[in-house]
Design a protein around this ligand. Structure first.
Ligand code: CTP
Length: 407
């Protein structure tokens, strides 16, 4: 039996990037031999094993053939006769289809190293089309390696376009799609993920609500970049530059969906887009079974981001309602994330990237002022039940009024 390192570990070592998990491929072995060596089988679907000590994945070299739609629609063939080259040719990208033995001798039948040097994400063979998830994977790799100068090879983009036009993307499970989307959003240049999906027509299938923002104008006074799609990409880019968490990045991507619903005759204004967008945000959230914290923040940012921008103008009562909508007294972190998303929205505008955002400190101060209202003195005054609630509210309003006057 011969054992090779494959996939991302080889690619990232050649790129000089840190290697986190290592995948291995085993040539010339049977399942029985693997079990006899103490490897533990993973699931029933594929001939994949975990190393008894390191826990790393070891897969028997295999060939695959598509036999139906979606991820389950595969028949595979693993036997000691399957060669390394046969295993590598079914993989997605040439840069992911290299193998290395324990002496670091490279097996690279599909010229992955050449494409690494040319900074090209290129598919290995027509077998690429057998897994539609690869459309999202390529877009994700494009987002990850954009800083190094990588682009998608034109023939691969064409294949991705064909896959997007067929109904194959619809066979993806929400879980697999979200895994790719969430990883892509956490890359250095998440906006490239969206750009590549758009370029191959996949965005229109996966998130038509985001796709619809391109070509929709906004008032140049607030949005020198004008186009709502371009703005959304810049907001996402700012979120990555400012190292925001996934919740904030997801909210950034979806915050302006309502603008895609504005009738053309109302352009470039978008009256009540915050509210109109909520049903679209909900639909995207549900489509990918997005984790609850991301869902909630996206909806709250969608509804209230313009409140954030107008923070200094809000009446104390509106400010208090805003704080209550976020349940800020129990969940201060979520309000911080809202402030961050508003700031990214303000910075994601052409030429305004470095402009300060005093609303952030004002909102933070408001939350602190309201939170600092002490309940004990009110209890001592004898308030209880609904009256206590009213008294706390009065004190919080007073605190917010003082905060506003001081600003
Ligand atoms: N692979 C593939 N098609 C897929 C998933 C995986 O061809 N849909 C192959 C690729 O050769 C890939 C390897 O399996 O390199 C390992 O996959 P995975 O661990 O998902 O990705 P990595 O390439 O290791 O990348 P990452 O750094 O994102 O984990």
């Amino acid at each position: 039996m011969r054992i090779y390192k494959v996939g991302g570990a080889v690619r990232d070592r050649l790129l000089g990037k840190p290697v986190t998990d290592i995948d291995w491929v085993v040539v010339g072995a049977t399942t029985e031999e693997m079990l006899a060596k103490g490897f533990r089988p993973v699931g029933a679907d594929f001939p994949v094993f975990l190393h008894p000590k390191s826990g790393e994945e070891y897969a028997l070299a295999r060939t695959e053939r598509k036999s139906g739609r979606g991820y389950g629609g595969f028949t595979f063939h693993a036997s000691p006769e399957v060669t390394l080259e046969e295993d590598l040719i079914r993989r997605d990208l040439t840069i992911n289809a290299m193998a290395e033995d324990d002496q670091q001798n490279l097996t690279d039948p599909y010229h992955g190293q050449r494409d690494l040097e040319a900074r090209l994400l290129r598919h290995v063979s027509p077998a690429f089309a057998e897994d539609p998830l690869r459309v999202l994977r390529v877009a994700r790799f494009a987002a990850r390696y954009a800083t190094l100068g990588f682009t998608v090879a034109p023939e691969t983009l064409e294949l991705m376009r064909q896959l997007s036009e067929s109904n194959e993307l619809e066979a993806l499970t929400p879980e697999r799609s979200w895994k790719e989307i969430s990883r892509a959003l956490m890359e250095d240049q998440p906006q490239v993920f969206v750009e590549v999906l758009r370029a191959c027509g996949a965005l229109k299938v996966l998130m038509p609500e985001v796709d619809a923002l391109f070509g929709v104008p906004q008032p140049p006074a607030h949005h020198p970049e004008i186009d709502t799609g371009a703005h959304t990409l810049s907001v996402l880019q700012q979120a990555a530059i400012h190292k925001q968490p996934l919740t904030v990045r997801w909210a950034c991507l979806l915050h302006d969906l309502g603008k895609g619903l504005t009738p053309e005759q109302e352009w470039p204004r978008h009256i009540a887009h915050e509210f109109k967008g909520l049903k679209l945000i909900k639909a995207v959230n549900e489509r990918f079974k997005v984790p609850r914290d991301c869902q909630e923040l996206a909806l709250l940012v969608g509804e209230y981001h313009t409140h954030g921008h107008r923070a200094h103008e809000l009446k104390p009562s509106t400010l208090l309602e805003l704080l209550q909508s976020f349940d800020v007294f129990r969940r201060p972190q979520r309000f911080e994330e809202f402030i961050a998303a508003c700031e990214m929205d303000a910075r994601g505008r052409k030429g305004l990237e470095e402009k300060s955002y005093p609303q952030a400190d004002y909102l933070r101060g408001a939350a602190t002022a309201a939170r600092n209202v002490a309940v004990q003195p009110l209890l001592e005054q004898g308030f209880k039940g609904p009256e206590l609630g009213e008294a706390i509210k009065r004190e919080r309003l007073k605190a917010l009024k003082t905060h506003k006057e001081k600003a």
